[in-house]
Design a protein around this ligand. Structure first.
Ligand SMILES: Nc1ncnc2c1ncn2[C@@H]1O[C@H](COP(=O)(O)OP(=O)(O)O)[C@@H](O)[C@H]1O
Ligand SMILES: [Mg+2]
Length: 257
């Protein structure tokens, strides 16, 4: 197996008396989908933000491996390098599409902007690629000049995914990507994410409280509770034969729902 894209250990993070992260270790390899599951408040979003360099942990390290194989401490890279990384080798899909889209910029502009950020300059080429990506995420290309605020929540989320994936990042962070959506819309979006991820061979760190989503998408699962990873392993093993009582509860509550 190739070296991990991201490797973290010993992560601690406290907000006052709340231990959001408590000795967390995690890694992710190229092309792998790893789900971080757990109930609300267990530390999932904090972990994702620390891994993506958006928040500094109180202790622990996060190592990023670049395409040439060199490892860099994420929290020692500096703002500019981190922003560059987030435009190139990494992507972030927010739960709320508004946090990941520019609502005052056209649909095509939202996708094209990411291409321009990595050096694309040919207007026709950028527009063609944006059109291709709209089709890929099942948005009618005739809407390319419309503003995303005229879109439904599911469409906005699909546009955010197109905007993120157009630059072919190797690693994408997703925080509850289907969180605020109707159940029928969620299922369609999960199918789309699954197809795109398999097609592009990207690695995804997926935060979700939805066990069914984790089962559908993830190769491996980490279960978090009160800032700690209480169980981790291959998806089928964790969900079909959960060892920790908390994981057993999580799985059972889904079966009962
Ligand atoms: N910016 C913050 N300030 C204070 N407490 C926070 C902050 N962010 C998260 N927390 C607390 O840290 C814990 C973990 O939160 P979070 O990582 O958002 O969990 P999850 O994403 O699993 O719901 C919770 O108790 C939450 O209230
Ligand atoms: Mg969260």
């Amino acid at each position: 197996m190739s070296a991990p894209l991201l490797e973290a250990s010993g992560l601690d993070l406290a907000f006052g008396a709340v231990r959001a992260l408590d000795g967390v270790a995690i890694d992710i390899h190229p092309g792998e989908v790893v789900a971080i599951v757990g109930e609300s408040g267990s530390g999932k979003s904090s972990l994702l933000r620390v891994l993506a360099g958006q928040m500094r942990p109180d202790a622990g390290t996060v190592l990023y491996r670049d395409p040439a194989g060199h490892a860099h401490p994420v929290h020692g890279m500096g703002e500019a390098a981190l922003r560059r990384l987030m435009r190139t080798d990494w992507g972030f899909v927010h739960q709320n599409a508004r946090d990941g889209l520019r609502m005052g910029v056209s649909t095509g502009g939202n996708v094209g902007e990411r291409l321009m950020a990595i050096g694309a300059r040919n207007y026709g080429g950028i527009r063609d690629e944006a059109t291709e990506w709209l089709k890929r995420v099942e948005i009618d290309p005739s809407r390319i000049d419309h503003l995303p605020r005229t879109f439904s929540g599911g469409m906005q989320q699909r546009l955010q995914i197109a905007r993120t994936l157009v630059t072919r990042p190797r690693l994408v962070f997703m925080d509850e990507p289907t969180g605020g959506l109707d159940v029928s819309v969620q299922a369609r979006l999960l199918d789309l994410i699954r197809a795109l991820v398999a097609d592009l061979g990207i690695a995804v760190l997926l935060v979700t409280h939805d066990i069914a989503a984790a089962r559908l998408l993830a190769h491996r699962i980490l279960v978090m509770r009160r800032g700690q990873v209480v169980e981790h392993g291959l998806t089928d093993r964790v969900l079909d034969d959960p060892q920790h009582p908390y994981t057993q509860l999580l799985v059972a509550s889904v079966l009962a729902a």
